[in-house]
Design a protein around this ligand. Structure first.
Ligand code: NBP
Length: 477
């Protein structure tokens, strides 16, 4: 037994992670259900490092140093359970299974508890960055026990992306915390992608810029506070011309957005936790709505905007307003994601360092951005930070952005351009800022039809108004 780590599941992600471990000097046992994939890896990449190919699970387990450290990189769901069930009888107490697939955190909690009973460490680990990240340095979000991290942490940190010399990997918290945080990462990714797409749509429809011009605008923004991987690739996509037609690429792509489901999980889980992740929810629903062809056809003939496009000489001002609106909405979307992580930490007893989450997302993952270093710094300066808006510099920026933000959302409404995420973010801002909310009326309605009771603003206690009785008397209940 000489492999320090094993990887089973050698599709794109597993193969690239195995190569990444090998590039960093580890001896890596490699296995795949269909052995042809293992042979292919060895044929193509054996020269890159020390691999120990295994055709059977017995050979694979025998190749691993003790305590054994094996990473599962198979399709999330039933395949993960099948692989765990196959390998567990061959493992011993103290061995470690790392699941790097996109598991639902509730599955990870279940698997961790079951394996803990047998003395096996189960480390559900979020991995972000796709194929390219897996090979050259992903952002890695391991859950599981502190003891397992003491052994695995250094290896995972070594293969992760690095920013300013710091690894984009940290122990997130026990059992399913890593997969939970990865799920929220993907929810934030949905929101960021939707916000960027709304900004593009506004520049296209309200100011009549061409995709190539918008690409240049995004390149400019990428030099400022919006500097991020998603803005960078957006500029590339918008500048691309379809070779077959000579049209802008963006105009030949069908406008029905797909999804693999992590955004949906985020929204479903947010409802259970009571976390108001409205921008993430709108982004997820926007993808769903874009794909509802029959509904879109039914609405298509309805009247639209009531104002003409912005005049040409006003376009530069509008572009700057959209930058403000995009930035402010992005701060809100990220803030919502962090709120959800705090809520889950309280619910599941995870000791999550909220600043460290920002730190490990600065590199390797899809939402990597300069901005995350500021979130890291805000949490480092104030470990109890409830919201980014409770931090001075973010609060000042949002205060500065709010007028253009409102103007952009109003312009969008006037011109009939859909901005579900911009609008949701602004509504969230106004909801949390409000001195009084119409929630008071909802309490009245609930009490009226369902005797659900209410609290008063002027004295403690729980009250019910007898709405059907003359004079509508109130009693304390
Ligand atoms: P896939 O998600 O396409 O899964 C293919 C792998 O699963 C193959 O190795 C396949 O073996 C194996 N497998 C299946 Br399917 N059923 C199995 C079973 N019952 N027993 C054993 N092995 C089984 O691979 P991927 O795209 O490399 O992703 C791997 C994991 O990483 C997934 O959970 C994914 O969600 C996650 N992830 C992917 C990305 C990404 O960008 N693609 C990013 C981050 C995380 P076979 O060769 O014998 O069919």
């Amino acid at each position: 037994a000489r492999a320090q780590i094993g990887v089973t599941g050698l599709a794109v992600m597993g193969r690239n992670l195995a190569r990444n471990f090998a590039h960093h000097g580890y001896t890596v046992a490699v296995h795949n259900r269909t052995p042809a994939r293992t042979r292919e890896l060895i044929e193509e990449f054996n020269h890159e490092g020390a691999f120990v190919p295994a055709e059977s699970i017995e050979e694979f387990v025998a190749a691993l140093e003790r305590p054994r450290r094996m990473m599962i990189m198979v399709k999330a769901g039933e395949a993960t359970d099948a692989v765990i069930d196959e390998f567990t009888p061959l493992l011993e107490p103290g061995d470690m299974i790392i699941d790097g697939g996109n598991a639902h955190f509730a599955d990870t909690r279940r698997r961790e508890a079951a394996l803990r009973e047998r003395g096996i460490h189960f480390v559900g680990t979020g991995v972000s960055g796709g194929e390219e990240g897996a090979l050259n340095g992903p952002s890695i979000m391991p859950g599981g026990s502190v003891d397992a991290y003491a052994v695995l942490g250094p290896m995972l940190e070594t293969i992760s992306a690095h920013v300013d010399g710091e690894p984009c990997c940290t122990h997130i918290g026990s059992d399913g915390a890593g997969h939970f945080v990865k799920m929220v990462h993907n929810g934030i990714e949905y929101a960021d992608m939707q916000l960027i797409s709304e900004a593009y749509d506004l520049l296209r429809q309200v100011t009549d810029h061409t995709p190539a011009e918008i690409a240049e605008i995004f390149r400019g923004w990428n030099e400022g506070r919006l500097d991020s991987y998603l803005i960078e690739i957006t500029a590339d996509i918008l500048a691309h011309t379809d070779p077959a037609t000579g049209q802008p690429f963006i105009d030949i792509v069908a406008d029905a957005a797909g999804q693999k489901g992590t955004g949906r999980w985020t929204v479903q889980t947010a409802l259970d936790l009571g976390s108001p992740v409205t921008a993430i929810a709108q982004a997820t629903f926007a993808r769903v709505a874009s794909s509802r062809g029959e509904l879109r056809a039914a609405y298509r003939a309805m009247p639209g905007g009531i104002r003409p496009p912005v005049r040409h000489d006003e376009a530069a001002r509008f572009v700057s307003q959209v930058e403000h609106a995009l930035y402010a909405s992005k701060v809100i979307a990220y803030d919502q994601g962090w709120t959800m992580i705090r809520d889950a930490a309280a619910e599941y007893g995870w000791d999550i360092d909220l600043g460290a989450v920002a730190r490990i997302w600065r590199g390797g993952c899809i939402i990597r951005a300069a901005f995350l270093d500021r979130i890291r710094a805000a949490h480092a300066a104030n470990p109890g930070l409830v919201s980014l808006l409770a931090e001075e510099t973010f609060a000042a920026e949002i205060a500065d952005a709010q007028v253009p933000w409102r103007e952009v959302v109003a312009s969008a409404a006037h011109r009939g351009v859909p901005t579900p995420a911009f609008s949701a973010a602004l509504a969230y801002y106004d909801t949390l800022r409000a001195e009084r909310l119409p929630a008071a009326l909802i309490q009245g309605q609930r009490d009226y039809f369902g005797a659900h009771t209410y609290q008063r603003t002027d004295r403690p206690g729980t009250f019910h108004t007898h709405w059907a009785q003359p004079g509508r008397p109130e009693t304390e209940v």
